[in-house]
Design a protein around this ligand. Sequence first.
Ligand SMILES: Nc1ncnc2c1ncn2[C@@H]1O[C@H](COP(=O)(O)OP(=O)(O)O)[C@@H](O)[C@H]1O
Ligand SMILES: [Mg+2]
Length: 394
Amino acid sequence: MKKEWIHPNTVTGDAATEGRYLKREYINESFWREVRKGNHILLVAPRRVGKTSIMKDLACNCPEGFAGIYENIEGVSCKIDFYQRLFELLLQSIHRSKLKQAKELVGRWTNKFRIIEISKSGIKIEAQKIDYEKEIRNLIPELKEAKVHVIIFLDEFAEIIYKLKKNGCQEDAISILHMLREMRSDDDFKHFTIVYAGSVGLEFVIRNIDRPKLINDLHPIKLGVLSDAEASMLISQLTDGASIQLSDDIRVYLKQKISYLLPYYLQLMIEAIDDIAFETKTAVVNEKMIDLAFLNVLKEKKNFEDWLLRLKEYHSVNFSFINELLQHAAHRDHITVQEIYSKAEKAGHSEDYMDFIEELVHDGYLVEIENHIYCFISPLLRQYWLQKYPIYHA
Ligand SMILES: Nc1ncnc2c1ncn2[C@@H]1O[C@H](COP(=O)(O)OP(=O)(O)O)[C@@H](O)[C@H]1O
Ligand SMILES: [Mg+2]
């Protein structure tokens, strides 16, 4: 009988959980340390770096005394929506606490608003008008007595603020930011923490509405790529029990090939390697298969499109300048600060060109390889740019 082929444990695209998730304890630890100090957290990294995965893990594994809840708030379209969501999330998370005091608190509020149901999917309130903003301010100070510290993970928060501004609701965006800022500085609200996440730089969005002070108290947590050892662990985790076999040397080769070790890239590569191995019935992976997998991963444009689209979307007016820098770096292997400056002069950016470079470095596009010389940090991303823009005239 033929032995059945066992595929690796990968599901690319969705947030990773359980066996597919590689936990980085030091990130969790530093997160809780900051929360205990009373800080609210800013978690900003480009898409596909692993924000949703880590937030879900943090929300599910809160230390005693904390109640966490994760929510993607993508659909919010005005400030009333936002406050309603926040109010519901508060009640849902308190509801999860097993403490008697927390149960009593939920009981009081359920009576007060004739709440019919609180469940994972939300809460049902008998039709009535509620001033959610006011009730949030009433509810949070009661957390202290209920002995529960609520942590709400707001995914896509930066996108919402950006969207409100774009749709002509700048005042709503500002008033949300004001309200949240005010709560952060008030002692009555110490049992409540928000994690603000997003793929667009929140600083950049806020700069655009001219209110930098509204978030300068947030504590940023950086989500970096995996170390070499972590990447090895993830490879083992994903291929554990699978038919494909990767020797130690081949693992080194694979890591070198990816070089910028995002879990996402590792997943894509392992999936592509498995496809080739399955097709050719070659369980023992070799360098040739890895080279081919690399090309196959690039054929799926959607794997990398986000990296281009986010620049287009959020830098609409400056996009062509930024893209010029990236195209140069892709075609010429690197770009020097002198080359950047010449382009900046032509594009009217001789004052602020280094801001763009800083952002590209911060967001995982470029890296400074030598003093004032930049190149693509990820060979995959560089190849994607070359495919997208095969012709380049300096
Ligand atoms: N710690 C991790 N362990 C394993 N896979 C991960 C990890 N972090 C991210 N991934 C994978 O990377 C991809 C992007 O993760 P996601 O959490 O959705 O990122 P983001 O929210 O930043 O866009 C997903 O395919 C996910 O499975
Ligand atoms: Mg996400």
